[in-house]
Design a protein. Structure first.
Length: 111
């Protein structure tokens, strides 16, 4: 696992365990984890409280017109399953895209 992924997971756990949107700013700052420097915690709280980032992220999510429907299953895993079902014939990229981004009832023809 990469250091970047570990850092993201750590921040995610910190937010889940120590950050509450309903608390006041002072209460959020006081809820600092012992493993985090107070200045870094203050930065994170300000970042999580920021409406600029929230608005930007909401707009980005709204522009998405497709979502993955196979959960955490990777493209490689889906491709391998399809190849197994299709006599080891590799699927094309567009077929894989359709399967990963449509509901299962809609892609029965590809199985």
């Amino acid at each position: 696992m990469s250091i970047e992924k570990k850092w993201r997971e750590f921040k995610s756990k910190l937010k889940k365990l120590h950050y509450d949107t309903h608390k006041t700013y002072e209460e959020k700052i006081a809820a600092c984890d012992s493993r985090v420097h107070p200045k870094e915690w203050e930065f994170l709280v300000k970042y999580w409280d920021s409406q600029i980032h929230s608005t930007k992220n909401k707009a980005s999510r709204a522009m998405r017109n497709t979502t993955h429907t196979t959960g955490t299953k990777s493209f490689a895993s889906v491709r391998a399953e399809m190849a197994k079902k299709n006599n080891h014939v590799q699927s094309r990229r567009h077929e894989l895209y359709i399967i990963k981004n449509t509901h299962h009832e809609e892609w029965q023809a590809f199985k």
